[in-house]
Design a protein. Structure first.
Ligand SMILES: [Zn+2]
Ligand SMILES: [Zn+2]
Length: 706
């Protein structure tokens, strides 16, 4: 040891495996990595020092626990993508110096960056940007963090005429110390961490995907910026796999297939987010509803029908109005109330206030029953001030509660299970709307169960077994459930701790009986009860959240529901809300993508298409069609004078399960020549044999055709 080394103070570094090593003060995490192995150092993206993420070249301040974040760490991909975002902005600034940089975060599967530029980026420009990114990688420019007072960061971005960065430096600087990252002449306002140099990004691992408009800070009153979406993966292979999945997702897009297969239509005049079910799509929906209804009946449910609107008082009692008014269509003011308001020259704001008000009587009874203030005094209006009105129903529950409450119940009647394919309306922002999966009007596969405390477990299990049956029939084998539990530290929950424990155990046990993976998520329950959510994975690995099963202690209190117990005293029932498939719109949208439009026979709008080879076979085909149709199958005849090969291809494109080709031989022998949309020519078989096969497959709701 030289005397100089002895002069430097030493620090103790604890590695994840618990070993401790001494280093001289000022050692960086990268040097710690080098002391272990050069390979490890080369794979180093960042480091966790005492649990905090830092850049690899930042010297350690003293004794510390150091964990190196390499390309194998779960945090690696985010650092990589964020560094790619800076790289992209750097390339844009070199190519288009007039573009102003805004923000560039990572997102699922990639990242984006927003730029203020007069015109959107063209497709060729994205290619040019990608090429420039590769050049900056080749330069292997160091990426360096610099901390500074916010005033200095703001001055730096002001000097660079970067108003968005300057604004961010000012805003963030009020709360925390700020940092910038420099790579060559490019500076970004950023928390980090980042890769230590541009050369750490591998060419061919990122791809610029698309351009979209986006408001600064997501606020429509702000300027519209140009957002470039991109994706990046740690290896070229992973990127290619992802791009292949994106391609496949495009082919499966339910909006595209919905148009091609004429399954549904959205018309601007009817309104965005409002689905028109065309005849073909309606068949799919009807078949699904019949199937679900059959299963519900087997489980002791009763079907009900309720109107699409209800009085405001109903939703004031349930709490759906006015608390959730931002996600609902505005109230419909009753004609006489509107006339009264007009006659009294009431302002619009006052009108709304009078519509949203609650009578003292209702407020008092709700507060009494809840044992706390659920309606504040500011919401209470004198009766003569209240205006009457209706709401397009945002939920079916209040209607079902009124059905339940229309008769007295004894404990012997419970559980009461009321099911409805109930249509509800929600106000979604227009930017959020998406085909059938995000809409403003939808029909839930809804049901409400009214039961005793002791029945909650069995009822939740019943709900889950139904889901299992239906997923199984549709071949949705890959799904998981999430059990939302209460946050043990919070006091916001309705219902006793004892009841909650029981209900949570019931949800957990029920989830276990499914035999699929499930997670427990404390704090994810609603204030009124625990819940179970279903998430399915489709054939290309995408996850879709479907519906939920939810225990509720709150609404029975709000609506003062009771049943007579064995002790002859009134008791409070527990409610279970369940809409496991979410809505028919969303579910069918997901099924279109899952099946790529090729529905199983029982759901296919057109199950069989007869293809006469020549005009002289048309009459026989029509007789066959009538026979099959009488047997309950959906069948058409393609009598056009096109080549048979052309007709077959078209039927295949339209995903018709069975094609029956008929020529002289078939006609003479009362036979058909069968083809399936996937398996090609299946040979000639007697008409009766085919009919039995098709009926058997459809009746069994089979996924197989032959
Ligand atoms: Zn950044
Ligand atoms: Zn409900």
């Amino acid at each position: 040891m030289t005397c100089l080394e002895r002069l430097l103070p030493e620090i103790q570094v604890t590695l994840p495996d618990g070993t401790r090593r001494s280093f001289s003060a000022g050692t960086t995490p990268l040097q710690v990595g080098e002391s272990i192995s050069p390979r490890l150092a080369a794979a180093c993206f960042a480091a966790k020092v005492d649990g905090r993420m830092v850049d690899v070249y930042v010297p350690l301040a003293g004794d510390a626990k150091v964990e190196l974040v390499t390309d194998r760490s779960p945090e690696a991909i985010d650092i990589y993508r964020h560094s790619c975002a800076h790289l992209m902005a750097n390339a844009v600034k070199e190519l288009f110096p007039e573009a102003k940089i805004a923000i560039g975060p990572t997102i699922e599967d990639g990242f984006y960056y927003d730029f203020d530029r007069a015109v959107p980026f063209a497709a060729e420009e994205l290619e040019t940007i990608e090429k420039r990114m590769a050049e900056i990688i080749a330069r292997d420019t160091p990426i360096r963090r610099e901390e500074m007072p916010w005033e200095e960061a703001k001055a730096l971005f002001d000097g660079e005429h970067e108003p968005y960065k300057s604004e961010l430096a000012f805003e963030r600087g009020q709360h925390e110390p700020v940092s910038i990252y420099r790579q060559g002449a490019f500076n970004d306002f950023c928390r980090g961490p980042h890769l230590p140099s541009t050369g750490k990004i591998k060419a061919g691992t990122f791809k610029l995907l698309s351009v979209a408009g986006a408001y600064w800070k997501g606020d429509e009153h702000n300027k519209m910026l140009q957002r470039i979406y991109a994706t990046a993966f740690l290896s070229k292979k992973d990127l290619e796999e992802h791009l292949r999945r994106l391609e496949e997702a495009k082919l499966r897009d339910h909006r595209k297939l919905g148009r091609e297969l004429k399954l549904f239509h959205i018309d601007e005049d009817v309104g965005p987010g409002l689905i028109l079910w065309t005849p073909a799509g309606s068949i799919v929906r009807q078949e699904l509803q019949t199937f679900i209804s059959d299963e519900l009946r087997k489980q002791g449910y009763f079907q009900v029908f309720t109107p699409h609107i209800g009085k405001l008082t109903l939703y004031k009692t349930s709490g759906h109005f006015p608390y959730y008014k931002d996600s609902q269509f505005p109230a419909i003011v009753a004609p006489e109330s509107l006339a009264e308001a007009l006659a009294s020259d009431c302002s619009c704001a006052e009108l709304m206030h009078r519509v949203e008000g609650v009578s003292a009587r209702l407020a008092n009874s709700l507060n009494d029953r809840a044992g706390r203030e659920v309606i504040g005094p500011d919401q209470v209006l004198p009766d003569e001030k209240l205006l009457d009105g209706f709401l397009l129903k945002p939920m079916n529950c209040p209607h079902h509660i009124k059905v339940f409450d229309s008769q007295p119940h004894s404990y012997r009647d419970l559980p009461v299970r009321l099911a409805e394919f109930g249509t509800v309306y929600r106000w979604e922002q227009s930017g959020e709307l998406n085909g059938m999966t995000r809409v403003r009007g939808f029909t839930q596969d809804d049901a409400h169960l009214f039961c005793t405390e002791d029945q909650v477990g069995a009822e939740v299990r019943g709900c889950l077994s139904l889901v299992k049956t239906i997923f199984g029939t549709l071949g949705l084998a890959d799904y998981r459930v999430r059990v939302g539990l209460r946050d043990p530290d919070s006091k916001k929950y309705t219902g006793t701790a004892d009841n909650w424990d029981k209900a949570e155990d019931a949800c957990r046990d029920a989830a276990r009986t499914l035999g699929v993976p499930f997670t427990e998520e404390p704090g994810e329950a609603a204030f009124y009860g625990p819940k179970i959510d279903f998430i399915i994975k489709d054939v290309i690995g995408r996850e879709w959240q479907l519906g939920t099963v939810q225990v509720d202690y709150n609404l029975p209190i709000r609506f003062d529901l009771t049943y007579t117990g064995a002790d002859n005293a009134p008791h409070r029932p527990v409610m279970i809300h369940r809409a496991p498939f979410g809505s028919m719109e969303r579910f069918v949208g997901i099924l279109i993508e899952h099946f790529k439009g090729a529905f199983p026979l029982w759901l296919a709008p057109e199950q069989i298409r007869l293809l006469p080879i020549a005009d002289r076979h048309v009459a026989y085909c029509q007789t066959v069609a009538r026979d099959l149709s009488d047997a309950g199958l959906r069948v058409t005849v393609d009598a056009r004078t096109e080549k048979t090969g052309y007709k077959i291809r078209e039927a295949q494109l339209q995903k018709v399960p069975y094609m029956l080709v008929v020529g002289d031989r078939e006609q003479e022998g009362s036979c058909v020549s069968m083809r399936t949309r996937t398996g090609g020519d299946k040979g000639v078989l007697p008409l009766e044999t085919f009919k039995m096969l098709a009926l058997e497959r459809a009746g069994a709701r089979s996924l197989e055709l032959d």
